[in-house]
Design a protein around this ligand. Sequence first.
Ligand code: ATP
Length: 273
Amino acid sequence: MRNSNHVSSIIDQEIIRKDQAKGLHNLIYVKDLSLWHGKQQTLKNVELNIRDKGITVLLGPSGCGKTTLLKTFNRLSDLYPDIRTEGSIFFEGKDILSKEIDVYDLRQKMGLLSQRPQPLPGTIAENIRYALKLKGIKAKSEQDDRIAHYLQKVALWEEVKDRLKSPAGRLSIGQQQRLCLARGLAIEPRVILADEPTSALDPISSRKIEEQFKELSQEFSIVLVTHILRQAKRLADYVAFMYFGEVIEKGRPDVLFEDPKTETFKEYLFVGH
Ligand SMILES: Nc1ncnc2c1ncn2[C@@H]1O[C@H](COP(=O)(O)OP(=O)(O)OP(=O)(O)O)[C@@H](O)[C@H]1O
């Protein structure tokens, strides 16, 4: 990852001051971000602000770089040795691409919900208890209270309260995804990064996840990757449309969907993915 220094946070403070003067509250600022996988450039000069609270949707056809962008937010991109970046991502006054960043801390603040639910081996309760232990919550009674709290928060409590000690793997895929969301919330993130979180789910389970996202967006910033146009229309407070590694249109959904500027986005809307 690229090196950076305190100049980043000075720039960040200036941008924040300007935004606040305009009544905007942004949490993440992506500035001129480019990313290469080896020789292939996957992200090209991305400029994007992620709102503080609400749902920012990264929309676009397969292979346009949505997941890659999402993974740079919690530095999961570090896992690939041939990745090189230029540009910055400002979050809480720091450039998260800089070497000085505590990646462990960053990943706690930027929780990731992946396409396929990935429950831990063990029981339903243990899945959340694990996250609570990571947060340093040791007392069993407090852990139990919080397990109930987070399962309620994802509307799973009524379905599982009598079988908390049964294996998480026995839940339906939709329930597993809500359990993973509850486990992520137990870490108390600031941002929820969701990579096509409903793609493995049936329509009813998908709708439940969408409802949870709407509720959670009052409290958290959610960055949602999807290529489903209808889902973007249902959920987005802000949309970035990506194409071949570039953000080519962005803005409020009412404006963006009603008045697309580029032929590419018009065609995407017309085909209606
Ligand atoms: N680890 C990697 N090594 C090399 N190339 C990669 C790697 N990860 C992604 N790519 C390439 O980067 C490009 C963007 O992929 P990415 O997964 O970010 O797209 P996407 O918009 O999320 O697509 P989808 O909707 O299909 O998941 C693709 O050309 C992909 O092949």
